[in-house]
Design a protein around this ligand. Structure first.
Ligand SMILES: [Mn+2]
Length: 358
């Protein structure tokens, strides 16, 4: 595995490449062209500039998170082929530039959903949190307004104001899309892009839906072992793989995370590893990465990744806001650096125990 950190580019991120370079064991970043819209063809010179900037700082681009999917593809609209053609051109350009891992998601309307972006924990840190009762009480069209005051002046991926302005139309467009249709539209998309993924050895890594169940009546399919194995079989190509995100699959306590990892051997191309603390079945908050601080056994998660021979990029996921840092919620420097170091420590111990037969 390669330890990486997500980076939003010098125009948008409060964290610099120079800071990332100083986190022990972090050698790569996961980034994207943050100013592109879903459906747009990425310009070759923009891809090159992004890579050059990262490499000048002594790091490398370990993968893209994300190349977003245009709604027409997810809806299965008349113009989806045009947007798939655009996606293929972007993949070709990324492949030619030496990028071999692309994360994406297939969530209708909203990317990840949280009800609070700065819930205070007993130690004074703040974290993202989710409460099902709060979701049930909220009008989805008001979701953006209720959260935008907590974004610390940043624009969070999937929550761009331009997108949120069109939310009513988006809900209407997804009216006839149920789970089966979403599966069919995903299959159609994957079958069309697999030839270019094979040609350039681009590993596609679908991110799970977060939380891992339907919200606001919208269908969600990348939520559990059964569905993800169905997806792997439906387009049975090693380039059709997953981003294993412990914090997203872990929102559903019925998901056995180490077991899911083992069942996806050879198909996990990217890992997001973080911890959650459940206060009840309906309420969770993001915790420090340390097992003891939350509800997951992080050792077992890392051990399962080690045992399946996972060799892709991994990153600590959302961190707490600590030490007075002001940054995009979940994406400050300090707690993610602590997370990277902790995960590297677990990995070293697991690796050495294996090598020494302990
Ligand atoms: Mn994730």
């Amino acid at each position: 595995m390669e330890m990486t950190l997500r980076w939003y580019g010098s125009k948008h991120d409060t964290v610099t490449l120079q800071q990332i370079r100083q986190i022990p064991g972090v050698t790569g970043v996961i980034t994207t062209l943050y100013d592109t819209m879903p459906g747009e063809v990425w310009k070759e010179e923009d891809i090159r500039a992004m890579i050059d900037e990262v490499e000048a700082a002594g790091l490398h681009v370990a993968g893209i998170e994300s190349v977003n999917i245009h709604d027409s593809i997810k809806i299965g609209d008349k113009d989806r082929d045009l947007y798939i053609d655009h996606y293929i051109t972007t993949l070709e350009r990324l492949g030619r530039a030496g990028i071999h891992m692309v994360c994406y998601n297939f969530m209708p309307v909203f990317d990840w959903t949280r009800t609070e972006l700065a819930r205070k924990r007993p130690d004074g840190s703040t974290v993202l949190a989710y409460n099902q009762k709060a979701i049930d009480a909220i009008d989805p069209e008001k979701m953006f307004d209720s959260l935008s005051g907590e974004m610390n002046g940043t624009v969070m991926p999937g929550w761009e104001p331009e997108r949120m302005a069109k939310i009513k139309e988006l809900f209407a467009a997804y009216q006839d899309v149920d789970e089966e249709k979403l599966f069919a539209n995903l299959k159609y998309f994957l079958e069309r892009i697999m030839p270019v993924c094979n040609q350039y050895d681009i590993k596609m890594a679908i991110h799970p839906d977060d939380p891992a169940w339907s919200v606001f009546g919208l269908p969600r399919i990348i939520i559990n072992k059964e569905n993800i194995l169905r997806m792997m079989k439906m387009v049975d190509d090693p380039h059709n793989g997953v981003t294993f995100c412990s914090g997203s699959y872990g929102t559903n306590l019925e998901n056995d995370l180490p077991d899911m990892i083992r069942s996806l051997k050879g198909r996990i191309h990217f890992a997001h590893v973080r911890n959650l603390k459940f206060n009840s079945q309906d309420d969770f908050e993001e915790a420090a990465h340390l097992s003891k601080d939350g509800s997951f056994d992080m050792y077992e998660i890392m051990k399962a990744l080690y045992e399946i021979g996972f060799d892709g990029p991994i990153r600590p996921d959302h961190g707490r806001m600590i030490w007075g840092e002001v940054a995009m919620p979940g994406y400050g420097l300090y707690d993610r650096a602590l997370g990277a170091t902790y995960l590297n420590g677990l990995w070293e111990a697991i690796e050495k125990s294996h090598e020494r037969g302990v």
